[in-house]
Design a protein around this ligand. Structure first.
Ligand code: ADP
Ligand code: MG
Length: 205
């Protein structure tokens, strides 16, 4: 479903070229939890940004269902980003001024075609799934790190994507909370989606 072929990424920095990916080949499985393990600076964020369509390769390609994503039309790329993939970041990337509910609603509003009732139903379901059903009206600034990461996972999951990309989702959390988040992502992958998670922490494997 998803593969990377001879992926090379070179950043043009002031001090010269930085080779962040140097000929990466990966063929991901259809589903399940896949870890990408690497120390800081090894190119994990670069790879996930490229898999999610946020950034582009210098050479090589990312293929989704056999199609080179760099050749997607604008509409195809919107679909890839808004429906087919969901992203979770180390620092959550939630909108701090908004409630839990509204943060998740954003993901459904950009999908279009969801009416208010459908949005409401999906948000309630996903919040129950991540064990935050009582928190929908809380502002995200009033949540713990682990709870914020659950909201970020809910925001990715509510789109019902076939791929979830999680970049060091446990990086800001204590060990116990990190394991709980990894378990949640594992459960999501068992339900049928492909979850790709980067980490520099061997103990999570
Ligand atoms: P990781 O997520 O594994 O820590 P990154 O993908 O963030 O690694 O970075 C890989 C390499 O690319 C590092 O050497 C980093 O300094 C460099 N890098 C990342 N982003 C940029 C950028 N925008 N410009 C120049 N170099 C970058
Ligand atoms: Mg990183």
């Amino acid at each position: 479903m998803l593969s990377v072929n001879k992926a090379k990424k070179i950043y043009k920095a002031q001090s010269g070229d930085v080779v962040a990916l140097n000929g990466v080949d990966i063929s991901f499985k259809e589903n399940g939890l896949t870890f990408i393990l690497g120390k800081s600076g090894s190119g994990k964020t670069t790879l996930l940004n490229i898999l999610s369509g946020l950034d582009q390769l210098t050479e090589g390609g990312v293929f989704f269902l056999g199609e080179d994503i760099s050749k997607f039309s604008e509409a195809e790329m919107d679909k890839y980003r808004n429906i087919e993939t969901g992203i979770v970041f180390q620092n959550y990337n939630l909108i701090e001024s908004m409630t839990v509910y509204d943060n998740i609603a954003v993901a459904l509003e950009i999908q279009k075609g969801n009416n208010k009732d459908a949005i409401d139903k999906k948000i309630k379901e996903v919040l129950e799934y991540v064990n935050l059903e009582e928190y929908e009206n809380r502002k995200v600034t009033e949540l713990s790190g682990g709870q914020r990461q659950r909201v970020a996972i809910a925001r990715a999951l509510v789109k019902n994507p076939c791929i979830i990309l999680a970049d060091e989702p446990t990086g800001n959390l204590d060990v116990e909370t990190g394991f709980a988040i990894t378990q949640l992502l594992h459960n999501i992958s068992e339900a049928g989606s492909l979850v790709i998670m980067t980490t520099h922490n061997m103990q999570l494997l």
